[in-house]
Every structure is written in C-alpha cells, then in structure tokens.
Design a protein around this ligand. Structure first.
Ligand code: ZN
Ligand code: ZN
Length: 90
C-alpha cells in the first residue's frame, strides 16, 4: 500500500511505501525534509465496533443499568445498593 503526499516546499506529489509512514525523508525534487504522513486505513475505522450494552436490573433495589457486553456472564455490583447482579449473556 502506498501513501500519497505532497512536499510542503515544492508542492511535488509523491507516493511512498506505507512502511515509511511517520518518517522524515528528503524530497526527491527539492531535497527538503518532509514527514511522511501516517497511512490512514479507512477500513480500520469502520471496524471499530460500538460497545454492545446489556441491560440488567438489580433485583434488590430495582435500579436498571446498561453494562458492556464484556461483563456478560459475570456478576457485577449494583451501583446503588452494591447487591450482586448477574449479567446475562448478550
Ligand atoms: Zn520538495
Ligand atoms: Zn441495587
């Protein structure tokens, strides 16, 4: 994958291998030092999955919560009364 960028000084456009992301390289044309921008992988952004929340209810004080699905199958403490609340699997 190549990174496309432009020299600040001479405005020449380049592409370099993504391995050079974040490095300072000399411009081929004017020899200015230019920093290669970090390669932005658009695919990576869209792979960020929003946290899935699980609804739980405290049987002791009737408080309702949403907890992250990483707590599924565990027992959390009620924020209100500290009673243990089993979190169901998502
Ligand atoms: Zn240049
Ligand atoms: Zn409670």
């Amino acid at each position: 994958m190549d990174i496309h960028f432009q020299c600040d000084k001479c405005q020449m456009k380049f592409k370099v291998n993504a391995e050079k992301a974040g490095l300072v390289i000399p411009c081929k044309y004017c020899n200015a030092e230019i920093r290669v921008p970090k390669f932005k992988d658009k695919g990576a952004d869209s792979m960020v999955v929003p946290d899935t929340k699980i609804r739980v209810r405290c049987s002791n004080c009737d408080s309702k919560y949403k907890v992250r699905d990483k707590h599924a199958g565990t027992i959390i403490a009620c924020k209100n009364c500290r009673a243990p609340i089993p979190v169901p699997q998502a």
